[in-house]
Design a protein around this ligand. Sequence first.
Ligand code: PDD
Length: 287
Amino acid sequence: MPRYAYVNGAYVQHRDAAIHIEDRGYQFADGVYEVATVAGGRLIDEEPHLDRLERSLTELFIPMPMSRRALRLVMRTLISRNQVRNGMIYLQVTRGVAPRDHKFPAHVTPALVMTTRRIDFAAQEKFKKGVSVITIPDLRWARRDIKTVGLLPNCLGKQQAFEAGAFEAWQVGADGFVTEGTSSNAWIVNASGTLVTRHLSNDILHGVTRRTVLAIAREENIAFQERPFTVAEAMAASEAFVTSATSFVTPVIRIDNTAVGDGRPGPLSQRLLGWYRDYAEGLRAGA
Ligand code: PDD
């Protein structure tokens, strides 16, 4: 089956999809992106993802490449052309193509590309077995709330995790507090069963999955605190997990060389994963 990508107004074969070498995303990482999950053919949390896309663009003074209505239509068309039942859609908007110059070009049209990928979420072992994380210094800039394509520190961290046999690297600020993973938000559950995840600020990406999981916790009357936690607190926690569009709620069973709790996915993490899956499958009301 041919696989399509959307590139600046056209649905093209994925293998032929290309952008100009002077795209500012390529030269300066001058662009933003979104990753949204497709489950059972439905887009999960589409509006919060589009809200965040719009916010990221606004923060960088890049106009929306098209109306929301048009974006929704293109997303749906690509998902259906690629016959994605379960997987993800990737959207990227850059400031556009212009001769290399740091300051913004005077006349430029934002470049929009979209790709999809199928993912068999049901077959993924990480949900059942849990994953390990390592801790690394947070090397990123001061506006991590903007979902830019400038992901080099994240890539270095993820590679370091991979080489250590771990799934994710938790980035730690100079103050000793965990900010977030390289592509996920970080959570712990303390001894009294309270969920803890870092509060929203410019220090972390405002995760859409984080938002949904907090809404579920509220509905289920599970206590939570939005505040920073240290690596030591995480290692002493009863449970830990990460959230993201593609990892849902993934239990963390080891941080560096320390087992979390009894070294198995924690009960609250598993319940949250179950509720999140129900939500993704449309079996639970919206956040
Ligand atoms: N990453 N923190 C960072 C640094 C991220 O890159 C992501 C998402 C998250 C979780 O956000 P959300 O719940 O909205 O997916 C937190 C995506 C999945 C990626 O880069 O592939």
